[in-house]
Design a protein around this ligand. Structure first.
Ligand code: GLP
Length: 244
């Protein structure tokens, strides 16, 4: 694992974008793994600039989402499909038809389990993820793999922790509106990507970052699985790195 520490969130966006561009293939359509959250927003803007300058093969690239809420209607402004269309497709220039997000709108558990399986099959059909972009939750979650998630897990339906629902309540009209469940790539799915690029900024992430990078590899800190990956790069600002 390579850990890169730079002064500011802007520097994180710049450096992480160049790491992503360098890691993506140019001789075939790239497959980009996409995280939501505020952490990668600057990185996505830089990738848009790289694509506009011809440094990123975006015209036939695919985007694969890490996760999705269960129970938000299609087109809900906070569904991760809508968020990724707005913050990645429109910014980077990725074709919306090649954005693949688990379908969290299923009416029952069986439909949701089938949607999770289809997401795994989609990743395989695309030939795997080239670069998976990641943020980290304040409790060390990766995607929506909460503490306690199995290290070899695949895409599946999960319950969201109270901590994560509280952290994400800022995006909803009231805390009760935050969905209780999600579909998320598993930690095993994430580890199958050819490279991982995790970005974190701000003091609120410092404890989780230290546990993930310097603590034991444990399901109690899902992001610690990065220690296991042969090609993982972590880009931090000084505040997020403060407890290393
Ligand atoms: C959500 C997403 C994660 C993301 C996390 C951190 O829970 N499911 O993939 O890493 O939020 O978000 P932020 O970057 O806004 O702190």
């Amino acid at each position: 694992m390579e850990v890169l520490i730079v002064p500011t969130p802007d520097d994180v966006a710049d450096l992480a974008a160049s790491v992503v561009v360098d890691a993506l293939p140019t001789s075939r359509p790239p497959v980009l793994g996409l995280a939501t959250g505020s952490s990668p927003l600057g990185l996505y803007r830089r990738l848009g600039e790289a694509a506009a300058a011809g440094h990123l093969r975006v015209q036939d690239a695919s985007g694969v989402a890490l996760d999705e809420y269960v129970g938000l209607a299609g087109g809900h402004p906070e569904s991760y499909r809508t968020v990724l269309e707005r913050e990645v497709c429109d910014v980077v220039g990725l074709d919306r038809a090649r954005l693949f997000v688990p379908d969290g709108t299923g009416a029952d558990l069986e439909a949701l389990i089938a949607a999770a399986r289809r997401h795994e099959e989609r990743i395989v059909a695309l030939g795997g993820v080239d670069v998976q972009i990641l943020g980290i939750g304040a409790n060390g979650h990766l995607g929506f793999n909460e503490p306690g998630s199995a290290l070899s897990s695949r895409t599946r339906v999960k319950r969201l922790s109270d901590r994560t629902r509280a952290d994400n309540a800022r995006f909803f009209a009231s805390p009760e509106d935050v969905p209780t469940h999600c579909i998320t790539q598993g930690l095993g799915t994430i580890l199958s990507a050819r490279s991982l690029v995790l970005v974190a900024t701000g003091a609120a992430k410092a404890t989780a970052v230290a546990a993930a990078l310097e603590g034991p590899l444990t399901a109690s800190c899902p992001a610690s699985v990065l220690q296991w990956h042969a090609d993982a790069v972590v880009v931090l600002d000084e505040d997020a790195a403060a407890m290393l």
